[in-house]
Design a protein around this ligand. Sequence first.
Ligand code: ASP
Ligand code: MG
Length: 445
Amino acid sequence: MLQLERLFNKCSTFGCQFSKRNYRVIKVFKFGGASVKDACAVRNMSDILRAYESDNLIVVVSAMGKTTNALEKILRLSRESSAEASHVFEQLVSYHKVIAGELFRDAPNTAAPELAKLWRELWDKFQLTHLSYDEHYDQTVSYGEIISTTIISHYFQKIGMEHHHADARKLIVTNHRFRSADPDWEATSAIVNALFEQTGQKILLTQGFIGGTSDRRTTTLGREGSDFTAAILAWCLNAGEVVIWKDVPGLLNADPKRFPEARKIEKISYSEAIELAYYGATVIHPKTIKPLENKNIPLKVQSFVNPLDKPSLITSDRSADGAMSSFIVKDNQMLMTLRPRDFSLMNEWHLHHLFGVFNQLGINIHVMQASARSLSICFDFEEQRPDRIFEQLGNHYEIRYNTSLTLFTIRHYDAELADEFSKKGEVLLEQRSRTTLQLVMRITS
Ligand code: ASP
Ligand code: MG
């Protein structure tokens, strides 16, 4: 025993943590919507879990397929009192019925009564239109994950896969910022560790994306938030690693839909992954990286289609960061140039004033450039935005803008790449650092 304790302590210092309970490695696995989108995918997930029987697994699961989008649509229709809401709702119920039907084809569907209750509950919650949009969103859209793990938990029981099904609304304690709640790290850690020690199961199954306040109101962590849930749980349990299972071979250096020649990144550092997320790469939820970096927990992005293939690895090791260029494309950009009307220079006072207004309007700036007389910013175009900016700033600034632009960001570019991309159209703004090239362009080809 003493020796094992020593091994435990020793391993912890090297970032290879073991559970105190039984000295198994704790792994946190996240399965997104695509990895549970139909019965075949759910079976595939169970096969993957079987291959890790010797580990302690925390399994974080998203809503099935495109359920979250459908729930958002039903919410919108409900709040508009549209009769179409019940139609889309019924479609979503049938989609899940087909999956459960398939999974329990040869056995009684033990999930059915619980699911029927959840669907009724959810329909009632869609009627709570007096709630603020954000709160109403969390009380309803969160059901995608709850229904997903309910089906999966019953399926696990059917196939004899021992597990504990935990309700993330009671595990992940958050503040009341509906739709982008922040976790209370200490409170969450205490609950998660107590539960982990109590349950004798090797698999702890729970929902991604959702949490709850201390007064038991459901919250969500923001779209694509399940990655963040995995990171929170890994942080709490000092896990040995986090694996995000995806339908792509790993972390890619470009969106394969746009660049068919996209390649897998074998390994990058946490900092580089944060940079990529910052510039708009959508592979990993940006909030995910920081808690893992703080505890030096490796993050793997692995294919659930070919689970034996080597994953992309994200750690503190920076040695391979510049080895490959990465390409991030953002469409539907707006480039706006503001000039003080009183012919004063673009000084600190103006910058302070302008950024205060951008912050207030929730504008997330992707590139900016100041000159003596003007400031240019590039951000996502949204219908009402130009009007709001004119309203707030039009009296003091002359404002010009262009829309329908594309922002290319190239990490670790070289002269040849810079040249190739510049030829894709008219460059309206260009910014270069040693590592990053950004081009705001009107695409012509
Ligand atoms: N189901 C949520 C979404 O689609 C959360 C997630 O999948 O990470 O955004
Ligand atoms: Mg997802």
